[in-house]
Design a protein around this ligand. Structure first.
Ligand SMILES: *Cc1c(COP(=O)(O)O)cnc(C)c1O
Length: 438
């Protein structure tokens, strides 16, 4: 067929768009996305890659599932809080709360009086119920925003005392000391990298001291000849103590020994405690600030708070996470190794039935996301030849696997059991893409 003939054979965009199924897609995804898919399909007919009669099917096949480009991924890495995969997956309760608050909602409106009400009061009350030692709390955009607000409102133009062992880089080049200095506060470094004593703080305290900041080194551990000063001792020094637990653990968890929590640090005497709303709390991205009423009031009054506050969707998801059933993060952390092994065996059997070389192997999961760096979470995985790792990212649903010892491991810890069938389907689809596997 000559170029002209094939051009003539290309169905007109109007014709394709008038198809009822394509119209339905326009209603769901909007004009632009569907037209883009139509033009791409027309180009494929023009290039002789598909038949003219297959245009509508091609359009429907290539349309995205939603009008946003983010794609759900099966997390088979065994890393519970995977920064590149959006950290904490939300609970069903949080999702429902988001959907219910997506429209007009009484986020700042008292339905009894018809007057303005304190914004997001429900989320704050839920947080205070979960952290009884906190007199008050506020919610901002993320953990970094919580630190920025605290440093700006409480220490701008003055000094923050911080141990040299707590000058932490969180990840992707984000350094807490740089953030603090950007607020106009001066850092005064205390002690040495491995050892800081109470006296080091005591002698550094002067007129310009605004706060003592204790930062949990959440993503590394220093071992050997070390010393740091507990919140309890810092609180005796007569200067407000701000403590950053990082993780979002609201109260002590025996399954996470050594991870500090908000309630315990407040009880030890911290005036203010900051944390993330996701990470170990398992909620939406947010920064939580708890503490004495007078300090929280100063933060709430500061103009920067208006720039850092969260939207109604975050407030809804956060409240539902704190009040609702255990979120996926908690379930993944507590997954029963025997059950993971049983699922790995069933999946391997099934995959071998499709000609995939699959084996059940032990696999240690990680908390990830800058939490509990030393904690190993014993579990089980399905091991495939290494070539599957890349292929698995290109199938539907995409799967992020772990490559270890030249194998592709599918660690089941963070894959909900309800998704096992999708995981098998993804591996079977990847099987045909792996050179030499068929
Ligand atoms: C993760 C973390 C932060 C930053 O929190 P984000 O929610 O990622 O902004 C701050 N401090 C500590 C100790 C952390 O672990």
């Amino acid at each position: 067929m000559s170029g002209r003939d094939s051009e003539r054979a290309v169905p007109r965009a109007d014709t394709v768009l008038s198809d009822a199924r394509v119209q339905a897609a326009v209603g769901r995804l909007g004009d632009r996305i569907v037209k883009g898919a139509v033009h791409a399909a027309q180009a494929r007919v023009h290039n002789g890659e598909i038949a003219a009669g297959g245009v509508v099917d091609e359009v429907l096949r290539t349309l995205p599932a939603t009008a946003a480009s983010l794609r759900p991924v099966l997390n088979a890495t065994g890393v519970v809080l995977h920064t590149n995969l959006g950290r904490a997956p939300l609970s069903a309760a949080a999702l429902e709360a988001i959907a219910a608050s997506a429209g007009y909602v009484d986020v700042e409106y008292d339905l009894a009086t018809g007057r303005r009400a304190a914004r997001g009061r429900g989320a704050v009350v839920a947080l205070l119920d979960a952290v009884p030692s906190a007199e008050d709390a506020i919610v901002v955009n993320n953990g970094a925003a919580a630190l920025a607000l605290v440093a700006t409102a409480l220490a701008s133009g003055r000094e923050i005392l911080i141990s040299r062992g707590e000058l932490v880089e969180i990840g992707d080049g984000f350094r807490i000391p740089e953030l603090l200095e950007a607020t106009g506060a001066q850092l005064r470094e205390i002690g040495t990298t491995n050892r800081t004593r109470r006296d080091d703080y005591a002698t550094a305290i002067g007129e310009r001291t605004a706060i003592i900041l204790k930062v949990h080194p959440s993503n590394f551990a220093i071992r050997g000849f070390t010393a740091s000063v507990p919140v309890r001792s810092l609180a005796e020094l007569g200067v407000p103590v701000v403590a950053d637990v990082g993780s979002g653990l609201l109260s002590a968890d025996p399954g996470l020994p050594g991870e500090p929590d908000v309630e315990s640090w407040l009880r030890e005497g911290a005036h203010v405690v900051t944390s993330s709303g996701d990470k170990l709390l398992g909620g939406p991205q947010a920064g939580l600030i708890f503490g004495r009423a007078e300090f929280i009031a100063r933060l709430r009054r500061h103009p920067l708070y208006r720039a850092l506050r969260v939207d109604k969707l975050t407030l809804a998801a956060l409240e539902a996470t704190v009040r609702g059933p255990a979120p996926p993060v908690r379930r993944a952390l507590a997954a029963d190794p025997a059950e993971l092994r049983r699922r790995a065996a069933v999946l391997s059997d099934e995959l071998r039935g499709y000609g995939v070389s699959a084996q059940v192997v032990p696999s240690d999961g990680l908390v990830g996301g800058g939490g509990a760096p030393e904690l190993r979470l014993p579990g089980w995985a399905v091991a495939l030849p290494m070539g599957y790792a890349a292929a698995l990212r290109s199938v539907e649903p995409p799967v992020a696997a772990r490559v270890e010892d030249a194998r592709c491991l599918l660690d089941l810890r963070c894959v909900p059991a309800a998704d096992d069938a999708s995981l098998v389907a993804a591996v079977v689809a990847a099987h045909s893409l792996v050179p030499g596997s068929c």
